[in-house]
Design a protein around this ligand. Structure first.
Ligand code: NAI
Length: 273
């Protein structure tokens, strides 16, 4: 398949690497010159690491790199079978990007969004072919994490959901079809991991480093604060805010003032540890 990915940030480049390693051709688009360059270099470095670890032959690298085309505009998606939108977690930006992708995609192709929280219903109403639209939610790091949530919107067709499931399987992922409810499944559960940890710190009952150590001590791979840093403190706050708003300001999902301050200051929770 030829897959178009719009947004070459943390998620877009990880999905792109996963797809080329699984034999797909990828067109990766970003508005930022710097991000496009960084994404190409990152994919190349990840392939080098795989070669060092003897998971890949050095002879395979040129062929894999030739499967990745990086472009500055979604008009490059004109021959793609499926497109994945992976731009910032802002509904207005996603609506604009999804509409511009739909305008150039072949009429038989599938359009998806990697949104963490925004309702598929609310995005689909702006599209001409809502039946061919669904959520395709990868997890970070996208080339490593096995789970992909396939989100069925109220207007997604069975064929669209099946094609998303088939794509996930072709990427060596484990797809889970989820309903279009705020935060879907994983992020709804995960909000409590982040929010309660921040409440503990705001009450001065503990500090981020200690909370992370303790949670890893009982078996979590990462503590809540280092996980928020990996995701991006700002992206994580956008997801919490979006989920809280969609649940009509449900108190247990209330975003934390601590996180807002970290975003305003451009800080990570693990800075200075
Ligand atoms: P990011 O901020 O790393 O990357 C977003 C990219 O989109 C940036 O490079 C930006 O230049 C680009 N962009 C913005 N407007 C654009 C436009 N109009 N056309 C083309 N490119 C544009 O964000 P990240 O973390 O990759 O997140 C992307 C999406 O994936 C969000 O919806 C997020 O909620 C979701 N997601 C993020 C996860 C994470 O751990 N960071 C995990 C799972 C989903």
């Amino acid at each position: 398949m030829t897959i178009g990915i719009c947004g070459a940030g943390i998620m877009g480049r990880g999905i792109a690497l996963n797809a080329v390693l699984c034999g797909h051709d990828v067109v990766l688009v970003d508005v930022s010159d710097t991000v496009r360059q960084a994404a190409s270099e990152w994919v190349s470095q990840q392939l080098d690491k795989a070669i060092e670890k003897k998971k890949l032959s050095a002879d395979d690298k040129p062929g894999l790199m030739s499967k990745l085309v990086v472009a500055d505009n979604v008009s490059a998606f004109a021959a793609t079978d499926l497109a994945i939108e992976a731009v910032v977690e802002k509904a207005d930006v996603k609506v604009q990007v999804l509409s511009s992708i739909e305008a150039v995609l072949p009429a038989t192709s599938i359009l998806t969004t990697n949104t963490s929280s925004i309702s598929i219903a609310s995005l689909s109403k702006h599209l001409i072919r809502p039946a061919q639209f669904a959520g395709l939610h990868f997890f970070n790091p996208a080339h490593i994490m096995k789970l992909v949530e396939v989100i069925r919107g109220p207007r997604s067709s069975d064929d669209t959901i099946q094609r998303c499931v088939d794509l996930a399987v072709s990427l060596n992922k484990t797809p889970a079809v989820a309903k279009d409810v705020p935060g879907f499944i994983v992020n709804r559960v995960a909000r409590n991991y982040y929010n309660e940890a921040q409440r503990i710190v705001m009450e001065q009952a503990s500090n981020p480093a200690q909370v992370d150590v303790l949670m890893k001590g009982i078996g979590f791979r990462m503590g809540p604060f280092e996980l928020m840093d990996l995701i991006g403190v700002s992206t994580n706050l956008d997801v919490t805010t979006s989920q809280w708003q969609q649940f009509y300001m449900e108190p247990r999902f209330t975003p934390s003032l601590l996180q807002k301050q970290m975003v305003d200051a451009g800080l990570k929770f693990t800075d200075g540890e």
